[in-house]
Design a protein around this ligand. Structure first.
Ligand code: FAQ
Length: 343
């Protein structure tokens, strides 16, 4: 059996004999057992490849769509400094989307296919970005809670088994950590402000708390992919474990702000060393995931419009690249060194 993969696309079990698959599978399992990363040119089970494409694409789409709720406030930021910070944050999210699309492409799917799947609803993005940002305090709550939830989930992904995804997450986590702090700092400023500003911060927490908890995905008992993804070391912690970690971390932060978490069942369980919290509205979550949240249609329509409006840029870039490639091939190395142009 030839183990060397000389193509640029990943190996999978498509087209291999059953005995080859068994041997490759044993190697793949050994790789996971010894915590070595799976790299694009390594053999991987077709289901692993599909799961990775699904998760990385969903993650990338979330970063891209996630620019919209905050982009909404760039022109209305209260000071020039806040505006500059918010613009930089939104640009960071675009960058995260691009690293992640590149990571997904190493699995043999093209950027155009990924865009098409997002635009036609065949791939998802995070439920959280289907809620509206109604006040400036929402910029604080999104940074504090949404980036806070994102980073809780993403720190474990720096140890995920697929190499390109794990490496992308290292830089993304550093940036998300800054985002979380800038959000918390907005909340802190409002909470140290007037009564009206404090009320604005509380209202924002009231609206973002539950959707942020739901963002971690369905309870483990109802999660379609968790068991297999944990076995493949894609997920290093489960949805419920991460949600609990987030609650334990965030409740004291809310106390420091003087804000009340909108959950009458929230209580500290001394014996367990964790906060106990109330029921998440899973009907609302599934409604949003299935496309029927407050902003789903608006978010996708805006994204499709931006994609269509940008068609001329993509065409111009491709045409320029083709022309430059032609020019380069006609210029001799000597002429290039002498600063010459094409004949
Ligand atoms: N929204 O079996 P599981 C950010 C779906 S980045 C929508 O538990 P899994 C940065 C799931 O796809 C935020 N759908 O799934 C930022 C599956 O559907 P399927 C994004 C959800 O994959 C901040 C079904 O439910 N982060 O915020 C959601 O094992 C501020 C069953 O669920 C990532 O994507 C949801 N919340 O675990 C940007 C991190 N949850 O395929 C701008 C990477 C679940 O069966 C501003 N992703 N579903 O039809 C992950 O870690 C995982 O994919 C989970 C879900 C944990 C999200």
């Amino acid at each position: 059996m030839n183990r060397e993969n000389t193509t640029s696309v990943p190996q999978s079990d498509v087209g291999l004999s059953p005995s080859d698959v068994t041997e490759f599978e044993a190697e793949f399992d050994a790789r996971l057992a010894t915590d070595r990363k799976v790299e694009p040119r390594d053999w991987m089970p077709e289901k692993y490849r599909k799961t990775m494409i699904r998760q990385i694409a969903q993650h990338a789409h979330s970063e891209i769509i996630g620019q919209q709720p905050e982009g909404n406030w760039i022109s209305r930021a209260p000071t020039l400094k806040r505006k500059a910070i918010l613009m930089a944050k939104v640009q960071d999210e675009a960058g995260h989307g691009l690293y992640l699309y590149s990571a997904a492409e190493t699995l043999g799917v093209s950027r155009d296919e990924l865009m098409d799947m997002l635009h036609t609803g065949r791939q998802k993005y995070s439920s959280i970005f289907n809620y509206p940002t109604l006040s400036w305090a929402d910029m604080g709550a999104v940074g504090w809670l949404v980036d806070g939830a994102a980073i809780t989930n993403q720190v474990m992904l720096t140890r995920t088994s697929y190499g390109p995804y794990a490496r992308a997450m290292i830089r993304i986590c550093k940036e998300e950590s800054f985002h979380q702090r800038q959000g918390y700092e907005i909340m802190l400023t409002l909470c140290n402000g007037t009564e009206a500003q404090q009320a604005m911060a509380q209202d924002s927490l009231d609206r973002w708390w539950w959707p942020s908890l739901a963002m971690f995905g369905p309870p483990d008992a109802e999660s379609t992919h968790t068991a297999q993804s944990v076995a493949w070391k894609i997920k290093r912690e489960t949805n419920d474990e991460l949600r609990q970690k987030f609650v334990d971390m965030t409740v004291p932060q809310a106390e420091l702000l003087g804000l009340t978490i909108p959950d009458p069942d929230l209580m500290w369980d001394e014996e367990a060393g964790h906060y106990r919290f109330g029921q998440i509205d899973w009907d609302d979550f599934w409604q949003v995931v299935k496309g029927d949240g407050p902003c789903n249609r608006e978010r996708i329509a805006h994204k499709v419009k931006a994609w269509d409006d940008g068609a001329w840029v993509r065409e111009a870039a491709l045409s320029h690249a083709a022309r430059t490639a032609g020019v380069t091939s006609r210029v001799s190395p000597e002429a290039k060194l002498a600063g010459g142009s094409a004949a």
